[in-house]
Ligand binder design. Structure first.
Ligand SMILES: [Zn+2]
Length: 220
């Protein structure tokens, strides 16, 4: 199934300051208006904001962001986390009815992410679906493994009527990086694996690329 490109809706989920990179970045999730039921890619950071105060978070509610698009949190049928850093899975608990798809390798390493509060992953009703590689989550919606930023990182590929659309997660941060600008140290756990994953996404020959940390969208 190919979705219309406008079925992918970017949600603005605040901003954070990255002390180790001395830069401020926007935080996005994506609502997928799928005819079989709405889905969500990444959930931003959670609350209380005090837990991540070093990152100077600006308040942002994923439920409110969804309401602006006439979608209620309880309408979300599935959630995909690209990875389990705090700014990608922080509001999973808003969707207790939805299975959360994450790579097993990522889930097993969650304790290594000291900045991800345990409570943001261990909430009442949490239902993680652990993946060992690539999988179609809904018709036309696939996860593709893109390690390097973290070992269990995954990106999302969606068939649209204009061609494939990719949601990179943190496997690529910006339009410029997708076009070849080198990533900075501190943006990845393993540089050569990160580079291979970036090439893998380019080989998909996407029509559009959507970023968690860039307000622009890349278009072919
Ligand atoms: Zn990350």
């Amino acid at each position: 199934m190919a979705l219309p490109p406008e079925a992918i809706v970017r949600l603005d989920l605040g901003r954070i300051w990255l002390p180790h990179l001395t830069m401020e970045i926007p935080v996005h999730g994506f609502l997928i208006k799928h005819p079989a039921g709405a889905g969500l890619v990444d959930t931003g950071y959670g609350t209380p904001l005090e837990l991540i105060k070093d990152y100077r978070p600006v308040n942002a509610s994923v439920a409110e962001a969804l309401r602006q698009h006439d979608v209620h949190a309880s309408d979300i049928c599935w959630v995909i986390n690209s990875h389990l850093h705090f700014d990608h899975c922080g509001q999973n608990a808003v969707f207790p009815q939805a299975p959360v798809y994450v790579q097993r390798r990522e889930y097993e390493r969650r304790h290594k992410y000291k900045d991800t509060p345990a409570a943001w992953l261990q909430y009442a009703g949490a239902r993680f679906e652990l993946l060992d590689g690539e999988r179609e989550i809904a018709s036309g919606v696939r996860v593709v493994t893109t390690p390097g930023h973290t070992a269990g990182h995954q990106s999302i590929q969606i068939d649209t009527t204009e061609g494939p659309a990719v949601m990179t997660g943190d496997a690529c941060w910006t339009v410029g990086m997708f076009d070849g600008e080198p990533p900075r140290a501190g943006m990845m756990e393993d540089a050569s694996t990160f580079a291979r994953s970036l090439d893998k996404m380019r080989r998909i020959k996407p029509a559009a690329v959507h970023f968690c940390h860039d307000n622009r969208t890349w278009h072919r």
